[in-house]
Design a protein around this ligand. Structure first.
Ligand SMILES: *Cc1c(COP(=O)(O)O)cnc(C)c1O
Length: 443
């Protein structure tokens, strides 16, 4: 299986796509053809891991990692991904809980898989003994923690996390700064956009790149997307097996990575029904489907901060796979929830269902309520819960009037010591830190 850039450059192997992250022409890698399955192809699969193997195997055919796929999957999916029923009055609704990983958000799946792949490819490469690979990641909160957790303590790789000082929640800041020596946490005196600019400039600097062997782990890497299809495959097969119905999914959406993974699973023939995107006040995707031009905007800060994206990069993949706005109207529908809607939904879900949800998951709950009665009754729905509410306790607790018990992974993280370095938002400061904190290849 080869992977081609959305912008038409030459096709590369999976291994190259994983290590490069973004194509040299600035495009995003997509499989040249989507492997197709019938539902019967999964009749012998018993659990998520065997479904994952079946689903991903065609992508790994000529990869150096083909023989290690099972190990990679075990390292990635070591926590539960349950589907739990919601006590709705009519119809069928369930919640897909993606927040039981080390940093309590779904990004643990993509980051864990990518780390398992990249660290193996790096070990096999010739440069790994002399210079460690440096994974640069700019984060507005959740991504950096998930990537740091996934690479924590792995030999031959270091992670440099850049986050905007003072603009992430206290608990997110702890998740960004509590790791081993191979994770360097830089608190940038600026905005998320400054962090992203620094990462882009560093990667584009050929001298610096040669010295530090940069790679990126942001959500445009195909290695983050592929494993995210697995939980849609697993949940849809289970539901279809039990009921004969293809469940629809409602997905809290920012950069469109998680939603694209669901589209890809349906494209591959899995029994996924309708796909509905829930956005926050950053409404570009919905506006585009309604006829507006696709013009990147500055992001608006909302309570569902991990979805504050003004220029969702994976639209480029969706357009390449399915076509323009007109065609996409048949693929997905979009609703948007503003901060008021999010707050109302957190409170109402707690009062009605005795369930505590995070602000991102609240956009999916809001969207579910926007469906017509017919839509709620005629289709079975799975709402995607993207983060644990305890990560956003300062928003959720005042609304529900009680404290949220900490899941074990989070309390472990919060008990560790933080270490980070503040830097000015310029390349000289970043370069200085990169040179200061070198780790050896065989740490
Ligand atoms: C990243 C994130 C999202 C948005 O996912 P995309 O793949 O960027 O669309 C939603 N919820 C949470 C909690 C996240 O961390």
């Amino acid at each position: 299986m080869k992977f081609a850039s959305t912008r038409g450059g030459p096709a590369v192997s999976l291994d190259t796509a994983l290590l490069e992250g973004i194509a040299p022409d600035g495009g995003l890698y997509l499989p040249q053809s989507v492997p197709r399955f019938s539902i019967e192809d999964f009749s012998e699969t018993e659990d998520l891991l065997s479904i994952a193997h079946r689903y991903l195997q065609p992508y790994f055919v000529d990869s150096e990692l083909a023989g290690e796929l099972d190990e990679i999957l075990k390292e990635t999916f070591f926590f539960d991904i349950p589907v739990t029923p919601l006590p709705v009055e009519s119809g069928s609704a369930q919640m897909l809980e993606l927040f039981h990983g080390p940093t309590a958000a779904f990004k643990d799946v993509g980051a864990g898989f990518l780390a398992a792949c990249i660290s193996r490819l790096n070990e096999a490469g010739s440069d790994s003994a002399t210079t460690p690979l440096t994974i640069l990641v700019a984060t507005s909160g959740d991504t950096g923690g998930a990537v740091a957790a996934a690479f924590d303590g792995r030999p031959g790789v270091r992670v440099v996390v850049l986050y905007p000082d003072g603009r992430v929640s206290d608990r997110q800041a702890r998740q960004l700064t509590c790791w081993s020596d191979n994770v360097l946490s830089l608190a940038v005196q600026g905005s998320f956009d400054d962090c992203q600019r620094l990462v882009k400039s560093a990667m584009a600097d050929t001298v610096l790149n040669r010295r530090h062997r940069f790679s990126s782990a942001n959500s445009i890497n195909i290695g983050r997307l592929l494993p995210q299809s697995i939980y849609y495959a697993d949940a849809s097969l289970r539901h279809y097996g039990a009921t004969g119905n293809k469940p629809g999914f409602i997905i809290p959406t920012g950069n469109l990575g998680n939603a694209f993974a669901c589209v890809l699973a349906r494209e591959a023939g899995l029994p996924v029904g309708k796909i509905v995107l829930a956005t926050n006040a950053n409404t570009l995707i919905g506006d585009y489907l309604n006829g507006a031009d696709w013009l990147p905007r500055a992001s608006i800060q909302t309570l569902a901060s991990a979805m504050d994206v003004g220029d969702p990069s994976n639209m480029e993949r969706l357009q390449k796979l399915k076509g323009d706005a007109h065609a996409l109207r048949d693929v997905v529908r979009v609703f948007s929830a503003n901060d008021q809607d999010i707050q109302t939904e957190i409170k109402r879900t707690f009062d009605e269902y005795k369930l505590t949800i995070c602000p991102h998951t609240a956009t999916a709950m809001f969207t579910y309520r926007q469906l017509t009665d017919d839509q709620r009754i005629n289709d079975d729905w799975i709402l995607v819960a993207t983060a644990h509410p305890a990560k956003f306790e300062s928003i959720v607790e005042p609304l529900i009037g009680t404290s949220i018990p900490l899941p074990k992974g989070l309390s472990d993280i919060l008990s560790r010591t933080s270490h980070f370095t503040r830097i000015d938002p310029d390349m000289r400061s970043l370069e200085t830190q990169l040179d200061l904190h070198t780790v050896t290849g065989d740490k």
